[in-house]
Write a protein that binds this ligand. Structure first.
Ligand SMILES: Cc1cc2nc3c(=O)[nH]c(=O)nc-3n(C[C@H](O)[C@H](O)[C@H](O)COP(=O)(O)O)c2cc1C
Length: 365
């Protein structure tokens, strides 16, 4: 099986270990013992998570991932709680980002963000009662200025654990018995980061799981995720599972993360955008089963076309075609000829353009 590397990985935590990790044979002595994990009353099996990604993990993408299988829990894009509450008060349509949430199979986590405990609790309750979501996840990791500096939310809240406590505890009360989880980064900056304290507070406030993206917010996506720092959090959690996230872009790295970083679960974001079958391969690996090969290039092209159909059915031809440009680029990433395909698909305007470019330029060999 060929694994395309879609991310540049330069882990600052333990580079030698990561490079060893691509050598499964060298790592064969370490036992792999991956168990289903529990988020409140819910069993997540396999303990593999599809990350929330704004602008990407909509219903169409989730559907594609679900079809390949191998993912224990999927998540929506982050939804702004204040915006949702406003729409609700004004009897307007609910956010676009909740597309499909009512109908699609469970389990499903919806992620929300804001800094007001009352608004968050109210929206959490709404998601539980009206949408019957499996998990309400809170975003404490977004580093984007519009969320941090403008709205004092996302990763901005990592500097204010007491407010995090208030948000989580009020949400837990409002959403019960549906579990509430939190997703964090290591901190805002290296100077103010205290992930151990944050982790303790998250658990004390009643969250049912903690996901940690191993970067500081100040780094956005620069450098590499620090898995040693993710692992160090484990000893500060008493009962809730720790889910590690950052730079996992191959089956081998999933296996390595479970073997060496004491996480209970692994979350994958970017690498699965163009390879939604990655979860099924990773699940086979952690279960000790034969790893299914990558789909053929023809099957990958078919998958992209199906994704396109789902997107235009929802967003209409113009918006849907524009939206698909970025997904199409993801599907071709790392393949020979990807640059040529990307440069053409990035300008498609109509379905005819789209089909023509995919048919003609999507990598074939
Ligand atoms: C385009 C994009 C959008 C993202 N949106 C969200 C989001 O809505 N909520 C969230 O918690 N994290 C979001 N993230 C962060 C990812 O969930 C994940 O933590 C990060 O990409 C690291 O994982 P990876 O190395 O597997 O990509 C986003 C990341 C990207 C690249």
């Amino acid at each position: 099986m060929v694994h395309r590397s879609t991310l540049t990985i330069r882990p600052n935590a333990s580079p030698e270990q990561w490079s060893e990790s691509t050598n499964v044979a060298a790592d064969a002595d370490t036992k792999l013992n991956v168990k289903p994990l529990k988020i409140g009353p819910m069993v997540v099996d396999p303990p593999l998570f599809q990350a929330p990604m704004a602008g990407y993990t909509n219903f169409a993408y989730r559907q594609i991932v679900r079809d390949y299988g191998g993912v224990g829990l999927q998540a929506t894009e982050m939804v702004n709680a204040r915006g949702f509450a406003w729409l609700d008060e004004h009897e307007a349509e609910h956010p676009d980002r909740l597309w499909g949430v009512r109908e699609e199979p469970r389990p499903l986590a919806v992620q929300i963000w804001d800094n007001d405990p009352e608004v968050m609790a109210k929206v959490g309750r709404r998601l539980v009662e009206e949408y019957q979501v499996s998990v309400v996840d809170i975003n404490f990791g977004c580093p984007v200025k519009q969320v941090t500096e403008k709205a004092h939310s996302g990763s901005y809240l990592l500097r204010d654990p007491m407010r995090m406590h208030a948000i989580i505890s009020q949400m837990v009360k409002a959403c019960s018995p549906t579990p509430v989880t939190a997703k964090i980064r290591l901190g805002c900056t290296r100077e103010c980061g205290n992930p151990a304290e944050v982790a303790r507070i998250v658990e004390e406030a009643g969250a049912a799981a903690l996901t940690v993206h191993g970067r500081f917010a100040e780094d956005y996506f620069r450098g590499s995720a620090d898995w040693s720092q993710i692992a160090a959090i484990k000893q500060h959690l008493k009962n809730i599972p720790l889910i590690g996230n950052g730079d996992i872009d191959s089956v081998e790295k999933v296996v390595y993360a479970f073997k060496h970083y004491s996480v209970d679960g692994v979350m994958i974001a970017r690498a699965a955008l163009g390879r939604p079958w990655l979860f099924s391969q990773a699940t086979a690996a952690i279960r000790g089963e034969p790893i299914p090969p990558d789909p053929s290039l023809d099957e990958q092209r078919q998958c992209l076309l199906r994704h396109y159909e789902l997107v235009i059915a929802r967003f209409g031809i113009t918006k849907g075609t524009h939206l698909m440009r970025k997904y199409a680029c993801c599907y071709a990433q790392g393949m020979p000829g990807a640059r040529f395909f990307r440069s053409n698909v990035a300008h498609v305007e109509t379905p005819e353009d789209f089909y023509q470019v995919v048919e003609r330029d999507f990598p074939r060999a």
